[in-house]
Design a protein around this ligand. Structure first.
Ligand code: HEM
Length: 209
């Protein structure tokens, strides 16, 4: 199967490259403060110490999922066939699998130190992450490619929620609203639920058209 590229594609592709670079840059700035954790000492890791290996795998694989995801939607990559799409897709799947299982472990242990609703919102987010990605994969295996594409968009929106909630939680306005335990859960829910809701609105409008 081959994908054809329309004449107005180059501009859109340049915009996509900049968008991807923006996502990579923001992810890097969010990952960077976690560098000291690599010292693996109790003093630096604090409440993460008992689950330190899960934390490091979670961060590394999560970063990989964010960076790889956009390639799955890049039409030029499909222009010469689907082999590369399948290879990158497998790495994306493995990255989400590793990071989300670790996220469930972290959210069921270390996160309770912040609060119950903080831990619960992260547990649900991680479950939605792993399940939406699994459904996307199953749809590809069943060769239901339209549903596969839609579920991949949902899966990546859940991945991207890390950037959305992270950016919002760092704004001075949100910081003034209260502690991480107070405001974190609301912004974790918002980070994935609102983009997925908007995506469903778009899909519904397309179906009517
Ligand atoms: C998309 C779903 C994700 C979920 C459900 C999730 C869940 C979690 C959980 C439960 C923790 C421990 C939080 C705590 O106990 O305070 C955590 C920490 C962390 N996660 Fe994620 N995560 C996700 C995505 C990502 C991604 C894509 C990255 C990218 C690199 C990432 C990087 C981090 C970092 C750097 C920390 C440590 C934060 C700190 O220093 O306290 N996460 N995450």
């Amino acid at each position: 199967m081959k994908t054809t590229i329309s004449s107005n594609q180059p501009l859109r592709e340049i915009a996509n490259v900049f968008l991807w670079l923006g996502i990579v840059y923001i992810t890097w700035t969010f990952m960077h403060p976690a560098d000291p954790y690599l010292q693996f000492t109790k003093e630096v890791l604090g409440r993460y110490f008992p689950v330190r290996y899960f934390l490091i795998l979670h961060i590394t694989a999560g970063g990989g999922a964010i960076i790889l995801g956009p390639f799955q939607f890049w039409k030029r990559l499909h222009a010469n066939g689907w082999k590369l799409h399948r290879i990158i897709g497998t790495f994306y799947l493995l990255a989400v699998l590793a990071s989300s299982i670790c996220a469930i472990i972290l959210a069921s242990t270390a996160s309770y130190a912040v609060g119950w609703s903080y831990a619960f919102s992260l547990q649900v987010w991680a479950t939605v992450w792993i399940s939406s990605t699994f459904i996307a994969y199953r749809m590809a295996l069943k060769r239901k490619f339209k549903q596969h594409q839609e579920w991949m968009v949902r899966s990546y929106l859940v991945t991207l929620a890390f950037v959305i909630s992270g950016l919002l939680l760092r704004t001075p306005w949100v910081k003034e609203l209260g502690s991480l335990a107070d405001v974190g859960p609301s912004f974790f829910w918002l980070g994935w639920a609102v983009p997925i809701y908007l995506y469903e609105v778009i899909l519904s409008a397309r179906r009517k058209a």
